[in-house]
Design a protein around this ligand. Structure first.
Ligand SMILES: [Zn+2]
Ligand SMILES: [Zn+2]
Length: 266
């Protein structure tokens, strides 16, 4: 008669030593995986870089859709002496351009995908993979955190970038540039006017304030009017590329003065 212990032992023995058939099955399974890998590598080797990037982008897009908590931020790269992040794009555009520097992000700005970890990207790589403008303003944002290397302050973003993020890239860079120029000119004349006004007021108070009816001062000077930002939204055509804004000579201009916007929205 078989005891329960015997049965137990038999079962354990059976589990421990795999049958030749089972081993063969395993071998075939792994071969199959390797063949699949080779086939996949072969398939990808026939794709152009653009096609690869689009494919990687599709994967990334699905990842964003599955994980609504993932956000992407634009941030300035830390200053020169600090370590540079490695681009995480599967087919980084810079991979073959400068092998010595590998795929470190040397640009002024970089993108960071915030998931359980931080994954850094060249903006130009990420732009090939995702439609960045469509991810604004909730999934793709300007980084407002403060940086230790910036004396603990957040980065002061220029007007062009703030507008790009606010309007999902649908802005006319030439109009924004013209406004920034006009505003700079205004500040200059406004500064001259301030001095004129103070001089006028001081003279008037000194000589005429006792009896205003005897005032022989020239009329109160009027200051220049600040320009307003108008018609800068583009409603037709494609949104403008983020990298175009980042390459614009005015990208860091106009960090503080905003005439048309409610301060809360910027
Ligand atoms: Zn890259
Ligand atoms: Zn007077």
């Amino acid at each position: 008669m078989r005891t329960p212990t015997d049965t137990h032992k038999r079962r354990r023995r059976r589990r421990r030593s795999a049958s030749p058939a089972r081993l063969e099955e395993k071998r075939q399974y792994y071969n199959h995986l390797m063949e699949e890998d080779d086939a996949e590598e072969e398939r990808r080797s026939r794709l152009s870089l653009e096609e690869k990037m689009a494919e990687n982008g599709g994967e990334l897009q699905r990842r964003l859709e599955r994980n609504p908590e993932i956000t992407i931020l634009l941030q300035p790269s830390p200053p020169g002496h600090m370590g540079k992040a490695q681009c995480r794009a599967r087919d980084c555009l810079f991979e073959n351009r400068s092998p010595r520097l590998e795929t470190r992000i040397m640009d002024d700005y970089r993108a960071v995908l915030i998931s359980h970890a931080r994954e850094y990207f060249h903006v130009s790589c990420l732009e090939k993979m995702l439609d960045l403008s469509s991810l604004t303003p909730t999934r793709f944002m300007l980084d407002r955190e403060s940086y230790r290397w910036n004396d603990g302050w957040p980065w002061t973003w220029g007007l062009m970038l703030r507008l790009w993020f606010e309007h999902g890239g649908r802005i006319d860079l030439a109009k924004v540039k013209a406004y920034i120029k006009a505003y700079k000119k205004f500040k200059k004349t406004d500064g001259v006017f301030d001095t004129q006004y103070i001089e006028w007021q001081a003279k008037h108070q000194r000589e005429c304030s006792i009896d205003a009816s005897t005032c022989r001062c020239p009329p109160e000077p009027k200051g220049p009017t600040p320009p307003t930002l108008e018609d800068y939204k583009s409603t037709t055509g494609e949104p403008c590329c983020l990298s175009e804004v980042l390459d614009h000579p005015y990208v860091e201009r106009h960090t503080h003065h905003i005439v048309i916007y409610r301060p809360s929205s910027l």
